[in-house]
Design a protein around this ligand. Structure first.
Ligand code: SAM
Length: 247
């Protein structure tokens, strides 16, 4: 653990380290090895895999609990009459959107999108309940949650410009970038388009700041880009990349 912290400090101090996006073994072993993580069919397969008994969500990197302290100050601006609009791009079957909905003491209006219909069907099943599971309950009476199949690289059909106060990307840039940086830049451009002028985009990743920051700084058209170290969680240090302010 100490070695990982020291490594992250060296990165933050500006030493160039090799890109090191990590994925759980299920995503990188077996017949899926070498597959392109930007390919929807691969994601449909991954989201179909059985989950641990009693654990209805699967998180890449870490879950909602690990980052709620970072999110709360941003959510505090919400009022009961106007819940904060939050977009989770490439939500997968993560606990992030569901955690915000069920645990945020501040009112939130959360939309989780993913291009995998398998992930969206799973999350809608979780939201609505059924069989031996109760439907999800909001942590604030004015909070709402919705999941929708959509391509995060083209959100024009589902989201007008400036319509979200907070856009969250946990691992989605990392997956899309496996198909090439142009796709990742298109994702970023769409995230910034749907962000309100005073809003914040947060990318959660394990990618080193010396790799990610130049990409974000070049493509965020004058917005302020900062990075916060997260964790270590299970011995791994992660980063939150925050993009704030209007062009
Ligand atoms: C590394 S997983 C992260 C999932 C989830 N955010 C989490 O933290 O557990 C990347 C997710 O992005 C989704 N994805 C990849 N490309 C996408 C695209 N163009 N539009 C929407 N979702 C996409 C995949 O289906 C997958 O659920």
């Amino acid at each position: 653990m100490a070695a990982l912290v020291a490594r992250a400090r060296r990165v933050l101090a500006g030493r160039r380290l090799k890109r090191s996006t990590r994925y759980p073994p299920t995503a990188s072993t077996g017949s899926l090895a070498g597959s392109c993580l930007a390919d929807r069919r691969l994601w449909d397969q991954l989201h179909t895999r059985p989950r641990l008994a009693g654990v209805p969500t699967f998180d890449w990197f870490f879950g909602y609990e690990e980052i709620q302290e970072l999110l709360f100050p941003l959510l505090q601006k919400a009022r009961a009459t106007a819940p904060l609009r939050v977009l989770d791009v490439g939500c997968g079957t993560s606990s992030l959107s569901a955690g915000l909905y069920t645990k945020s003491p501040y009112p939130v209006d959360v939309l989780g999108i993913d291009f995998s219909p398998v992930a969206i069907a799973h999350m809608n099943g979780l939201l609505e309940g059924g069989q031996d599971q109760a439907p999800l309950c909001p942590g604030h009476p004015a909070s709402c949650l919705c999941f929708m199949q959509a391509d995060a690289q083209n959100m024009v059909p589902i989201a007008p410009s400036g319509s979200f106060h907070l856009v969250l990307d946990k691992g989605t840039w990392d997956a899309v970038a496996r198909g090439g940086l142009p796709g990742a830049y298109q994702l970023l451009s769409e995230c910034l388009r749907v962000l309100s002028p005073e809003g914040t985009l947060i990318q959660f990743s394990d990618e080193d700041p010396d790799v990610r920051l130049p990409c974000l700084e070049q493509r965020s058209c004058g917005r302020t880009v900062t990075v916060q170290e997260l964790g270590p969680f299970k011995g791994i240090t992660y980063f939150a990349y925050l993009v704030k302010g209007s062009c």
